[in-house]
Design a protein around this ligand. Sequence first.
Ligand code: ATP
Length: 226
Amino acid sequence: MIIQVQIRKQLQADDRSFQLDIDFTSDSKRIVLFGPSGAGKSLTLLAIAGLLAPDQGLIRINQRALYDHEQGINLPPQQRNVAYLFQDYALFPHLTVAQNIAFGLQAGWLNPRKANNHPAVQKWLKLFELNTTAKSYPHQLSGGQRQRVALARALVLEPDILLLDEPFSALDPALRDRMRKELSTLQQQLDVPMLVITHDPADVTVLGEAVFEVRDGRIAAANRGS
Ligand SMILES: Nc1ncnc2c1ncn2[C@@H]1O[C@H](COP(=O)(O)OP(=O)(O)OP(=O)(O)O)[C@@H](O)[C@H]1O
C-alpha cells in the first residue's frame, strides 16, 4: 500500500486562522501522525476520509486518486474504501454486536437473525473472539470488546486503510496499554494498513513504523523506525 497526501487548506474562525499544509508519502502499513493538540492531525485524517475538502493538492492510495484538485476529483467518503475509527468508537447503542458489524453491509443485514448469519459477520465475530457477544448491546461489553467490535465493523468492508483518531485517549491507563498491544497484534495478524493520529508517545513506540511529526499544520519531521 502506498499513501500519498499533499494537501493545503486555509481555515478561518472569527479572528483565528489556521493553515494546513501537509505533505507525506509512505508505503508502511503502520503509519503514525504524531503531534501536539491543535497541530492539524484530525483535519488531515478528515481530509483523507473525505469529510473535509482541501483547497488544493492530492490524496492517493495505491495510485487511486481520492482527491485531486487539478483533475477535479473529490470522491465522497463511501467511495474511498477507507475506514475511519472515531475516538469513542461510535458504536450504535441500539444495535447488537452482530448488527453493528453488519452495518456497512447491505441494509437487509440489520435484521438481527440475518446479521448473525452473514458469512462476513461470522468471520469477524470468530476472528475477534466476539461469538459469545453477538447478541449483546455495546453497553454490555468491556472496553476491549467495544474496540474489537468497532474494528470489525470497519474491517468487514475490507478497506484499503484503517484510519484511527486517538484510539485510546478515552481509556484509563491500564486498559490503554492492553488495547494498544492488542491493536498492534491485530494489525500484524491481519496485515491491514493503518494510519493512527495521536499525541501519546507510547502509541508511536508501539504502533509506529513510519512516524510523521505534525506541528503548526505541517510535517515537521519524518522517521522510519522499526
Ligand atoms: N472549522 C474550523 N475552522 C477554523 N479553525 C479550525 C476548524 N477546525 C479546526 N480548526 C483549527 O485547526 C487547528 C488544527 O485542528 P486539529 O483538530 O486538526 O488538531 P489536532 O492536531 O487533531 O489536535 P487534537 O489532538 O487536539 O485533536 C486547530 O488550531 C483548530 O482550532
